[in-house]
Design a protein. Sequence first.
Lengths: 238, 306, 285
Amino acid sequence: MLLEGRKISKRFGGVQALSEVDFHVEAGSITALIGPNGAGKTTLFNIVAGAIKPSSGQTVFEGREITGLPADEICRRGIARTFQIVRPFATMTCLENVLVAAVNRHPRRPRAALEPGARDLLAQVGLADLAGQEARHLNVVQKKLLELARALATEPRLLLLDEVLGGLNTQEILQAVEQIRRLRDRAGITILWIEHVMGAIMQAADRVIVLDQGRVLTAAPPREVVSDPRVIRAYLGE
Amino acid sequence: MISSSKWIGPAVLAGMCLLPLPLGIYPQHVLIVSLFYVMMAASWNLLAGYTGQVSFGHAAMAGIGAYTSGILAAKAGVNPWVGVAAGTLLAALLGLGLGALCLKMGGIYLSLTTLAFSQILHIIIVNEYEVTRGTMGLQVPGLTAEYSKLTYYYILLAATVLVLFILYRMIHSNLGLSFRAVQNDETAARAVGVRVLHLRVLAFTVASAMAGFAGGLYGHYLLLITPEIPSLDLQFYVLAMTVIGGMGSFVGPIVGAFAINILAEKIRDYGEYHVLVFGLIALVVARFAPEGLTGVWRSLGRRRTP
Amino acid sequence: MLAISVMNGLVMGVIYALAALGVSLVVGIMNVINFAHGELYILAGYFSFLFASVLGLPVAPAMALAVALVFLFGLLIERLLIRPTYGNDMYSLILTFILSIVLQNAFLLIFGPYPNKPPLWVRGASDIFGLFSYGNQRLAALLSGAVLIAAVFLLIQKTWFGRIVRATSQDRGMAEWNGVNTTRLNMLSFGLGCALAAAAGVILSPVFPVTPTAGVPIALTAFVVVVLGGMGSLWGCVVGGLLLGLVENLGAAFVSSGYKNVFGFIILILVLLIRPAGLFGRAKL
């Protein structure tokens, strides 16, 4: 087990966003996290990534507790993330965006030594030609790819993807899914993936965790999940 | 493009070396004061422009440098150069302490605490009359045996080049890359492993040391140290120069410091309106052109050659 | 000596609490610190002086008018300077700092460096429990300050406006989802924050006359009170304000009067060292 969450709860003022969520992610798996809007998926992501602290509960990564650690420390422990609404470093070039991640992974290496690796990552996501372009001039899809390259430059063992397929057309979705699979198969990166595009999840995910109203509804292989009446009810509403 | 930017530094430096030669004593004085402000504004820019921290205690740090060195020299006969080094060190330590204390709570705390710090320093200086001579001012020896404006000009110029060189190297290192990431998006920067807190404390320490260094030299130039150095007015000047010149740009504070200090001398002929005038200008610039004059210049350049 | 220091401490404490409430309200809702808070305090003192002493208005309407004008001025500041930079805390700090310097210098130009004083509301002194006699004006200041603080608490705890304020300072995003018009709320609470500074100003200026830079120590103390009490906590302001007023005045009486304002700074450092979230603060903003 690579990542485990134990009884994670989070309150925002008067709203219970998560209540006693137990979940785990197997090493080497692609695990999807789905659920209706407001189910608490992004909140759970933010807690794992250290962007917010849970009200109670624990997160354990590679057997060590990481609950409440600052986001940069969690990143150094080997968890990288993308954002639902893209957050590239707008006034920096694509190459610099990736380099920020690389130099913080290897603080003692000079920038010149890290540049080839960064260019490689840009090439992997298909942005090689835009290396010198400022990130704010990219379109949304390119920004998402850039964020992916940036996350990979931190050399994660667990990658948190937050709705990376939003705004992509069918062709692009196929490519993206292929790419995410390759990350797991070739680089051995475990993936925890929030997604609304169900087709993609059916294809790629080994296991699906369904959140509804801040609770885990079920966690099972995709085939079982889509036929689960509770899941259907949660999505369609009463 | 690369070859022209390679020559621009040495060319400006050569120009700066020759500049005071044909000038009289008074313009030389204005230039020396301008160099002090360049060091102040450029180092304050490391905070506000590159790491998103607003310190209101930068003038106070200059005051720490000036009074440490001044008191050591005037009361204990310590060599002024040693005194300047001591003042720089003390400012750095205070910067480290205040930074570590406030920054984990967020930027607003740094602004509040540095503002309080500068007021307290002011009160202490005025109250400890025996040591500091209060508002009367403390007479201190010069840096050299013979007092010559030209010598001071070159000393301050060398100091300014040193400060700018260190800042330039910092901004263009791996550290600078992380600075810019934090400036762009703190949350995203943390998410890719940038140690935001370390970075900010480091920048605050370095900037405070630079202010202490500049203040120490400035005090030995003025020969009379008064609470005007660690004052909110001087703090405001440094802030206005950086904002008007262009925060987050390397040249911005340099241009701003020269432009405003020279302009202030002109306005002063008409009465004590200069602070009000610069305040209003800074207000308009910060509101409508947050990248300052150099930002406006750059965007004009872009428009001409798209 | 002790009793008089305690009374002076209470008077100042109430004023600090009032000024700090204004700061805290704005921090809680907008995460903005208004560094021109002290200058608005002074502005109200000058208005009050202008209307009552120069134009000859009765004291009460002159004060009300002063507070109302500063409230409007606050709305204007929010609209012109704060709103466009909303979300960028750094610029609001820089802009309000510049504004404070501009106002100080404008005051200097218009009113000169000398102290100005609106007329007293009441004259004479009262005997307090037969122990010592205390100026009636100070007593009136203490009383009206306490009444105003109570009014603010009623406003926040009992009214519709207060409910929205509390909801928004707890969780801004949640409040927006629930249809709170945060743009108007920001403007109103910023104006109210300024009006509280103004109220402190009109109450205290008959006792401590206004000068162009006299707002700086008041605002600084208010900021310290806000940190001490816990950013955004209203109770923290009252307790912190009274505490600071007492410490300063007892310290001035028994330790050193020149260092009156330094005690606040020492408290600030201690709070940051020991309990950075403040007395009543939540763990983190």
